[in-house]
Ligand binder design. Structure first.
Ligand code: ATP
Length: 456
């Protein structure tokens, strides 16, 4: 299968209101993006699917929502102040800046990937990725604080609070969804690498002797989530264990879940074995005990931590890329997003076959209002039926409902399914239940080929 095309997704996202460049009327700002009406729904659905799977369906993980700005000691102790940097290389000729990791060879030997000149690249220099800000009215160094570059530390510093109040015993996890900030050297590839982004992380605390077994469990479990819950094609996903020299300062082993992005296989999610690095460091620096009594072994231990960490924006990009298809239908191009119904921003769109018949318009609007009480529904009568279907296909709406003249006589309407473009006639009284069950995954069976409805 060819890699999906990024330009098509960027253009669809802009055209249909998924993602806009941030502060676009002033020329935008590199690495910052705004989510439009459909984007915010899709993003919320991705987050809800993760939260349900990782927190609500499990007895061994609880949630947290920590502050973005924390005591700066957190970042000194975690190693980020000293070590959270990327090596950066500048071209003296064209002034382009690169991540040294992205260059295919030492700067002294290769040509600048932008202008092609040789001998113009600087030696790598460390570039710090944490954004600084100041807290309070004083302009002095004591007031310096950081925007968090990962959500994980909010979990570590709350470890004792959560373990005690939620009465959790090992193994157990703490989950968090929230914004993170990194002053990336080269933001880009649309929303793949941003300077402001959202992360979903679990820190899963285990007895040190069970480190490997839980690491393997989470790698498998997370891969399964991408295929089974997000509906991403398995052939576009792979696991990539890190080489020892690329491990983060806190990690003993890390496996990335990678996706075949248009720019090549790249990280979608990382599962890291952070050992007891963070809890030990915070315990030592704060003087607070961060060990727990493990009933199974009868020991006091500082737990080891397995961390599945992913980015919401990258997930959204992946979902869009993977769902996108262009088809030829009766000689015309049809763009369709094959989103899982659970992820689709709008679950059902109601449309009257004839918009110049007030009784059909009124019926359609009433039906949409009824459906809206159950799930995200919309009403549209601003174009012909064929056009309205295509509009919904392009944003991934799984079901359309059409009311026509027959509806007035027989009280039934037509449901049309996005992927197969087949239709079923259903009594209006049964429609909300039927749509709700389809959206929650009931199979679509017995659809009839789309007919050109009479009267169009
Ligand atoms: P990369 O190697 O791409 O810089 P990383 O290894 O630093 O990523 P982690 O620190 O493991 O990333 O962060 C966990 C997840 O957070 C990543 O898998 C990714 O989905 C997301 N993420 C990290 N940095 C960014 C970013 N700048 N923009 C969007 N998402 C990001």
């Amino acid at each position: 299968m060819p890699a999906p095309n990024m330009e098509l997704i960027v253009s669809l996202a802009k055209r249909r209101g998924f993602v806009f460049p941030s502060s676009e009327i002033y020329g935008g700002m590199g690495g910052f993006w705004d989510y439009g009406p459909l984007g915010v729904e899709l993003k919320n659905n991705v987050k809800a699917a993760w939260w349900r799977q990782m927190v609500q369906l499990r007895d061994d993980i609880v949630g947290l929502d920590a502050a973005i700005i924390m005591n700066p000691r957190v970042w000194e102790v975690s190693g980020h102040v000293a070590g959270f940097s990327d090596p950066m290389v500048d071209c003296r000729n064209c002034k382009f800046r690169f991540r040294a990791d992205d260059l295919k060879g030492p700067p002294s030997e290769i040509a600048c990937p932008n202008c092609g000149n040789r001998g113009t690249l600087t030696e790598p220099r460390q570039f710090h990725l944490m954004f600084q800000t100041r807290v309070g009215p004083l302009e002095e160094s004591a007031s310096v604080a950081y925007l968090r570059p990962e959500t994980a530390q909010g979990i570590f510093v709350n470890f004792a609070n959560v373990a005690t109040t939620a009465r959790k015993r090992l193994p157990f996890g703490i989950a968090q969804i929230g914004k993170s900030f990194r002053n990336e050297i080269t933001p880009g590839n649309f929303i793949f690498r941003d300077r402001e982004f959202e992360q979903m992380e679990v820190e899963f605390f285990v007895h040190p002797a069970q480190e490997d077994q839980w690491f393997a469990y989470w790698v498998e479990e997370r891969l399964r989530w991408w295929t089974d819950v997000m509906g991403i094609g398995a052939e576009r996903l792979r696991l990539r264990p890190h080489d020892p020299d690329e491990l983060s300062h806190y990690s003993r082993q890390t496996t990335d879940i990678e996706y075949a992005f248009p720019m090549g296989w790249s990280e979608l999610e990382g599962v890291a074995d952070r050992t007891d690095f963070d809890l030990k460091a915070h315990a030592e620096a704060s003087g607070k005990s961060l060990s727990v009594f493990d009933e199974a072994s009868g020991e006091h231990v500082t737990p080891y931590v397995i961390e599945p960490a992913m980015g919401v924006d990258r997930a959204l990009l992946t979902v869009l890329l993977d769902a996108y298809e262009e088809q030829q239908v009766e000689g015309e191009k049809r763009v369709v997003l094959h989103l899982r119904p659970s992820l689709a921003p709008i679950k059902v769109a109601v449309m009257p076959l004839l918009r110049n018949r007030p009784e059909l318009v009124e019926l359609g609007q009433r039906l949409a209002s009824d459906l809206r009480l159950r799930l995200p529904a919309t009403y549209d009568d601003t174009a012909s039926i064929g056009k309205l279907y295509r509009r919904q296909d392009e944003i991934g709406t799984p079901f359309c409902v059409t009311v026509d003249v027959e509806t007035l006589a027989d009280g039934a309407a037509t449901i049309r399914e996005r992927d197969s473009m087949t239709q079923q006639r259903v009594a209006i009284s049964a429609l909300p239940d039927r749509i709700a069950s389809l959206v929650s995954g009931a199979p679509w069976e017995g659809g009839q080929p789309e007919r050109s409805p009479a009267g169009e």
